[in-house]
Design a protein around this ligand. Structure first.
Ligand SMILES: [Zn+2]
Ligand SMILES: [Zn+2]
Length: 253
């Protein structure tokens, strides 16, 4: 059964040498994948990869929040309405890597949430060591958003439950397979099957069996199989449900 990679960065430099080959390998095992934007240039290069089975998103990563201005927002809005773009993001807060000051991250996040509500696009949230602020800000916008995905979930089971309570999908990456990632596994266990997603966040976070190597979208199958085992389900059942969830989250069907 084919899986899906709900979040990867195939447009990034680590794929410059073999991007098409990596994409071919991915589409042999995946029904579809989403190349996620992380700035204007990174969103444009994501869009350029669109084809049957390959979707893209446009957004300002919190690392780049300081560069978000009216002109950038206008370009983002234009990009977001192109064919092949299925969501706005990734956006959010990263208090671990504070590459932009926190107040600027919050402004950049809120303005994109407002834009997503205006355009009625799903959002992809990046949240690292910023659970409280992310939750407080999301609460103000979530009822106006079509769908919300917490990507590369890195919080506790309690935060995962609160995200599900707000109506979010919760997506796990290869780091859920790391031996020390007990907290992440506890979080994955409390997310109901119909709210669960999986991703690679490639080129980052290769699952344990590929650890230390560049991650690529096809590796999501390892994470999907792992999640099935964790939840005590046949892999086909979990994969089938995650594919369906992803299609609802990105409104592909
Ligand atoms: Zn991210
Ligand atoms: Zn990402």
């Amino acid at each position: 059964m084919k899986g899906v990679d709900t979040h990867c960065h195939l447009q990034m430099a680590p794929f410059d040498e073999d991007r098409e080959a990596a994409l071919d390998r991915a589409l042999q095992v995946l029904k579809w994948l989403v190349v996620v934007g992380y700035g204007l240039d990174g969103s444009e290069s994501a869009l350029a990869l669109c084809r049957p089975g390959v979707y893209a998103t446009a957004g300002f990563h919190p690392y780049l929040a300081s560069g978000y201005d009216d002109a950038g927002e206008a370009r983002l809005k234009e990009l977001a309405q192109k064919k092949g773009i299925v969501a706005l993001g990734e956006m959010g807060l990263d208090y671990f890597n504070e590459f932009s000051p926190r107040p600027e991250q919050r402004v950049c996040f809120e303005r994109q949430l407002a834009l997503a509500a205006e355009l009625q696009l799903p959002v992809i949230i990046h949240c690292r060591e910023a659970d409280e602020d992310t939750e407080a800000i999301l609460k103000d916008y979530i009822s106006d958003l079509p769908e919300c995905i917490m990507h590369c979930f890195g919080g506790t089971a309690s935060f995962a439950e609160r995200c599900v309570g707000m109506g979010c999908y919760v997506s796990f990456a290869g780091n859920v397979t790391f031996p020390k990632a007990q907290t992440l596994r506890e979080a994955a266990l409390v997310v109901p099957l119909e709210r669960l997603l999986a991703e690679t966040d490639a080129p980052y976070l290769a699952p344990q069996s590929f650890r230390g190597k560049r991650c690529e979208p096809a590796h999501v199958m390892t994470t999907l199989t792992f999640l099935a085992q964790l939840k005590g389900l046949p892999p086909e059942q979990l994969i089938g449900q995650v594919v369906k969830n992803g299609e609802q989250a990105y409104r592909l069907c």
